[in-house]
Design a protein around this ligand. Structure first.
Ligand SMILES: Cc1cc2nc3c(=O)[nH]c(=O)nc-3n(C[C@H](O)[C@H](O)[C@H](O)COP(=O)(O)OP(=O)(O)OC[C@H]3O[C@@H](n4cnc5c(N)ncnc54)[C@H](O)[C@@H]3O)c2cc1C
Length: 344
């Protein structure tokens, strides 16, 4: 294989892209990762939480037991490849603010399927176990460094009109057998896959110094989660606003976060606020699959607010699909949406 010829070119350098690059590479593929020079507008903002419980209604996340059984070994194998520790197991302490909320959490504790996941610690504190956290910024940095050392990471804003799809893919000086798009909310600019019903939801996360009496070994959650970081600060968030493209956090979003904090800490000091755009699909399932006309084009997107946990199941699945003609779960296969003809 010559210098500019690859098995797979991946467009994007966020969480989806980095996960897929490592999975394909681990299976022996020669991979080229191409991402915007000014980074992403989602992954670098993410808190990296993998929480098995949906707080609203105290319900299990989709496919919880299966996905959560995959997370530790999946990220441990990526850690070994990157020689960098990015995964942490950390429980959540859920603070209760009223009687009906307490009743709801007590009911959840009594369910057999939740025995290993939820526990009551005190009258107004419940614990969620089997929670993991990915240090997303470190993971992205380590992955880009890994591919950079292989001369397989390029910072470039690609123009889809420059992509040629025949038996082989041609893009600028590069060629490949396959091309995978992991462009987050920017999928809407992609003429091959913009028929897919992707929207977005913005989210703000803040970094704070806090003064409180709870253990610093846990994530604390009232309405917002509050995650201790290695540098003695806390990440607090997040907010959700649908179809908002704005770049800067608003006063309203800041108040939403800080109103919750002021209910349980004695004081807090804001360090910074960051805003990102989550790629969302109406049925809340990710988008995986192959283009209906160009069989060497693939997509991985629609990770919503669960990119870290979903990748542990779906990156190995998509890798098998792309390399060995493996199958995809119908719930996530883009075949569930009617395609339109390619119009680029
Ligand atoms: C505030 C907030 C908190 C979150 N917290 C969590 C959490 O705790 N746990 C969790 O699992 N998830 C969380 N998420 C969601 C998570 O961030 C997403 O699921 C995930 O980052 C999506 O990754 P992605 O790679 O699909 O998209 P992005 O991160 O948007 O990456 C897309 C990439 O494609 C590149 N790209 C696009 N178009 C082009 C082009 N034409 N040329 C070159 N490059 C291109 C972009 O530059 C970028 O690198 C959070 C999100 C937000 C906003």
């Amino acid at each position: 294989m010559d210098n500019f010829k690859y098995h797979t070119i991946i467009i994007g350098a966020g969480l989806a892209d980095c996960n897929m690059a490592l999975n394909l590479h681990a299976k022996g593929e020669k991979v080229l990762l191409i991402g915007h020079p000014n980074g992403d507008r989602c992954s670098s903002v993410a808190a990296g939480l993998m929480n098995p419980i949906v707080p609203k209604g105290v319900a299990s996340t989709w496919n919880r037991d299966y996905i959560f059984s995959k997370i530790p070994s999946y990220y441990q194998s990526l850690q070994q490849l990157l020689k960098t520790e990015v995964l942490q197991q950390i429980n959540i302490h859920q603070l209760i603010s009223n009687v009906s909320m307490r009743n709801e959490w007590q009911k959840a504790c009594q369910k057999t399927e939740n025995k290993a996941v939820v526990d009551q610690l005190e009258e107004d504190v419940f614990e969620i176990k089997s929670v993991y956290r990915l240090d997303v910024s470190l993971f992205l940095k380590a992955t880009k460094r890994y591919f950079n050392e292989l001369n397989a990471f390029v910072e470039r804003d690609i123009n889809h009109a420059d992509i040629r799809c025949d038996n082989e893919i041609q893009y600028a000086e590069y060629s490949s057998d396959k091309l995978l798009f992991c462009e987050g909310h920017e999928l809407m600019n992609n003429p091959f896959f913009n028929y897919l019903p992707l929207s977005h939801s913005s989210g703000v996360i803040g970094e704070y110094s806090l003064d409180h009496t709870f253990s610093k070994e846990h994530i604390i959650r009232r309405k917002k989660w509050c995650i201790p970081t290695k540098n003695e600060t806390y990440l607090v968030g997040s907010t959700f606003v649908n179809n908002d493209f704005s770049v800067n956090p608003t006063a309203r979003e800041q108040n939403e976060i800080e109103d919750d904090l002021s209910n349980w800490t004695r004081s807090f000091q804001r360090k910074k606020l960051k805003k990102g755009l989550r790629p969302i699909v109406g049925d809340r399932r990710p988008l995986l699959g192959r283009h209906h006309k160009y069989s060497n084009l693939f997509v991985y997107n629609g990770l919503g607010s669960k990119g870290c946990s979903l990748s542990a199941l779906f990156c190995p699945m998509l890798t098998e699909y792309m390399i060995n003609n493996g199958s995809l779960l119908p719930d996530v296969d883009i075949k569930r949406f009617k395609h339109t003809d390619y119009t680029a």
